[in-house]
Design a protein around this ligand. Structure first.
Ligand SMILES: [Zn+2]
Length: 267
């Protein structure tokens, strides 16, 4: 399954396939992909121009009772964020999974969490507004009715942040100052303002990856609450990729809806 997601997400694999020549072991950054964000994705030779999107104002989205998402993340111990050139990534052996029934009522599907990475400023806009940071938890489909032929082989949970006086507790925990060692963390902590049995508050649409190859195989789930982050923490995170990208920000510009439905699971 790792191989499967690697095909879609990690264009250049890290050192998993074969041992690195010894002289390159000290330069792991060279083995992560570099995306040219200088034109916010306009210059990418990719077919799918469907993600990210500007999520319409709530009254122009549709409450869809068929759409359901349940977050089943687990406690992670002793992990560390890594710089992957164009972003930072938080990856653990067993992050947990989500259960998802899509806007057409297909499912429930089980998607296993693969990793979390970040974009700053945000990729998705909310009612026309671009915020300061967006986290993406990327999941791969592992089970569900006819899951092998189901188009959306990935599901991404997007969480948007804007600058405020205090950071959300999850941001405090990931030690932005040095991408340091994290003793324990659970991705559920991001959504701690809602009760564990009631994961309401997501917008959902069908789209693509936002980085090359931009494959159109993603069930998108954007958390409806915009969460707080201190300016200092935002700068520390953005500093991780700004230099690598020659000062560019790592977001793709919004793409047209082309008549697609954007639904929500809350009223
Ligand atoms: Zn992303």
């Amino acid at each position: 399954m790792y191989k499967n997601i690697a095909k879609h997400v990690l264009r250049v694999s890290s050192s998993r396939a074969a041992p690195l020549p010894q002289q390159l072991v000290s330069q792991p950054r060279r083995f992560f992909p570099f995306f040219d964000f200088s034109q916010r994705g306009r210059n990418w030779t990719v077919q799918n121009k469907i993600s990210p999107i500007d999520v319409p104002p709530i009254e122009r989205t549709e409450y869809e009772p068929n759409y359901q998402i349940n977050l089943k993340y687990k406690d992670l111990h002793d992990i560390k964020m890594e710089n992957v050139v164009w972003s930072v990534r938080l990856k653990g052996a067993d992050i947990g999974h989500i259960e998802l029934t899509d806007l057409n009522g297909k499912g429930p599907f089980i998607y296993r969490a693969h990793h979390l990475h970040m974009h700053g400023p945000s990729e998705h806009r909310v009612a026309g507004v671009q915020h300061d940071l967006e986290m993406h938890i990327v999941h791969e489909l592992i089970d569900g009715p006819d899951h092998e032929t189901y188009k959306e082989q990935l599901a991404v949970v997007g969480i948007i942040f804007k600058v405020a006086e205090e950071s959300h507790p999850f941001i405090n925990k990931i030690k932005t100052e040095d991408l340091g060692h994290i003793e324990t963390i659970n991705f559920n902590e991001i959504f701690q303002t809602i009760t564990p049995d009631e994961h309401k508050g997501f917008f959902h649409y069908k789209g693509s990856l936002t980085t090359p190859p931009c494959t159109d195989i993603v069930n998108w789930n954007i958390y409806s609450e915009v969460l707080p982050i201190k300016e200092k923490h935002l700068k520390q995170l953005q500093g991780q990729w700004h230099d690598n990208l020659h000062g560019n920000c790592n977001f793709r510009e919004c793409q047209p809806l082309y008549g697609r439905r954007v639904v929500r699971n809350f009223q």
